[in-house]
Design a protein around this ligand. Sequence first.
Ligand SMILES: Cc1cc2nc3c(=O)[nH]c(=O)nc-3n(C[C@H](O)[C@H](O)[C@H](O)COP(=O)(O)OP(=O)(O)OC[C@H]3O[C@@H](n4cnc5c(N)ncnc54)[C@H](O)[C@@H]3O)c2cc1C
Length: 585
Amino acid sequence: METITSDIAIIGAGGAGLRAAIALAQADPRLRIALISKVYPMRSHTCAAEGGAAGVIKGDDSLEQHFNDTVGGGDWLCDQDAVDYLVQEAPKELLQLEHWGCPWSRELDGSVAVRPFGGMKIQRTWFAADKTGFHLLHTLFQTSLQFSSIERYDEYYATDLLVDEGRCCGLTAIEMRSGQMRQFRARAVIIAGGGAGRMFPFTTNGAIKTGDGMALAYRAGVPLKDMEFVQYHPTGLPSTGTLLTEACRGEGGVLLNKHGRRFLQDYGMGPETPIGKPVLKTMELGPRDRLSQAFWHEQKKGNMVTTQWGDAMLLDMRHLGEQKINERLPLVRDMSISYMGVDPVRDPVPVRPVVHYMMGGIHTDIRAATPLAGLYAAGECACVSINGANRLGSNSLTELLVFGRRAALSAMEYLASDPGRGNSQAIDAQAEAARARVRALFQKSGGESIAGLRKEMMHTLEQHAGIYRSGEGLSEACATLAALRRRYANIELHDKTNVYNTDLLQALELGSMLDCAEAVAVSALERRESRGAHQRLDFTERDDARYLKHSLASFQGAAAPRVDYSDVVITKSQPGVRDYSGGHA
Ligand SMILES: Cc1cc2nc3c(=O)[nH]c(=O)nc-3n(C[C@H](O)[C@H](O)[C@H](O)COP(=O)(O)OP(=O)(O)OC[C@H]3O[C@@H](n4cnc5c(N)ncnc54)[C@H](O)[C@@H]3O)c2cc1C
């Protein structure tokens, strides 16, 4: 098997992977960096981010307020030392992007503009119109091209981590163009593989978000942390699941039920503010978990409008006017017209909650280090944890910059301890075993179809692990997902060729999703309380005495994962009441 040797291998060339690669290349030009991605870097999901990235920049804001919004928004499940690090580093990272050429939108006086965002009680979200992710990723990508030490392996699909003597020593990946397995030997590995929203049928997530990075670490013995916390974004287009950014509401858009009522005032998020006035702290700029839950209740009461794609609420932006919509929300206008046939300048747009983000992920400490020596993780695949039980919008782009860089610095410190490369023969044997496992997929003829199993998985999660959950439903989900994992052993590939075999890749992605899905369901069943995005109909209250803890799901082969708990780091903010009823700012 062809072996590619580097100092550090990075899995993923989205925002987190590129930021890590640049930090490494800048710190030591002698380092050889392998940047491995299953898609061309600009096709990573970061490119799809719309609304912006949070960081304190204006005089009326402070690091303390960014900290408090994040910790309260996360229902006190965030590690507060990590949040402190995030808010301190955020402005530096966003300014760094400015210096690398990111075209941040401006105020009239030429200073960087910020907009309000959900759960942020002060305006602190930097943006580039409503195409922030595109510009951010482009800036990182073009910067990375300056460094010859970053060797790109685009369209390589990572299948397994290589571990020897308790250290991560590399990975195996399929070169998609030839179908051949390659071995990447490295002294340290950073996983930046993104999220896993594709486990659900209705999601804003691009097709590549199948939890591969999480599954790679999980199968290598690293726990997945807080997997029960799955974020629904309140405003997706019912036809496609395409996101209409929170910036729609940040700019002043309002949510109505079928009676034309701004119903959020009935769910502890009032008082109603005059349309056109800033709505900070309250109403439409409440946090995502609360807004999605309010939708669920209104739907039960029959207060939603009916569309050919199911029930929806209305996002009314007409009062913003054509000029502002074109300047601040051009993509939103385009997409509403293209996918719904509705022009937001003239009519309210139907929207409904949609799976958006995984708060949980690979268990890392504040240094972005996993418990496996030599393995680091950053970005959406990681749980450091700054998002706790509910991420605030616009903290994620910031997180991937801050912790992408942090993972790189920690990996460099590890290399300085001269960890070696492990036993070559033992690693070769592992790589061969990984290749054999993939080849075995070609031989199977059990008759299970990839699409069939995927559909059942999605349906199970949507039905039982959605906005509201119950013990009974989650038990059923665990049983179904365990059965699906067994049936996965009998999937049959129809395409047996080597070149760009998407059948094979989808089979491997399904394997990743099934592992992550089971971790979600089992962790959710075990958490017998309601907190943030995890709402139980049978345990409706937050229970700090028992569950002010991170869940840690550990892979157990064919058996269900084991769930343990670890303490949340609390430094200065004791758990309190999440209050979003404070009137407008
Ligand atoms: C529509 C949308 C809008 C959003 N808007 C915002 C916003 O305005 N503000 C905000 O803060 N957040 C936003 N988010 C969330 C945020 O964009 C993501 O959480 C973040 O971009 C994830 O970045 P990442 O680098 O971790 O992963 P990604 O950008 O998803 O990159 C993952 C990388 O991993 C690679 N990879 C995965 N599996 C493998 C494998 N097996 N082998 C090799 N490579 C692999 C992929 O090729 C890719 O390069 C939004 C998300 C969506 C979906």
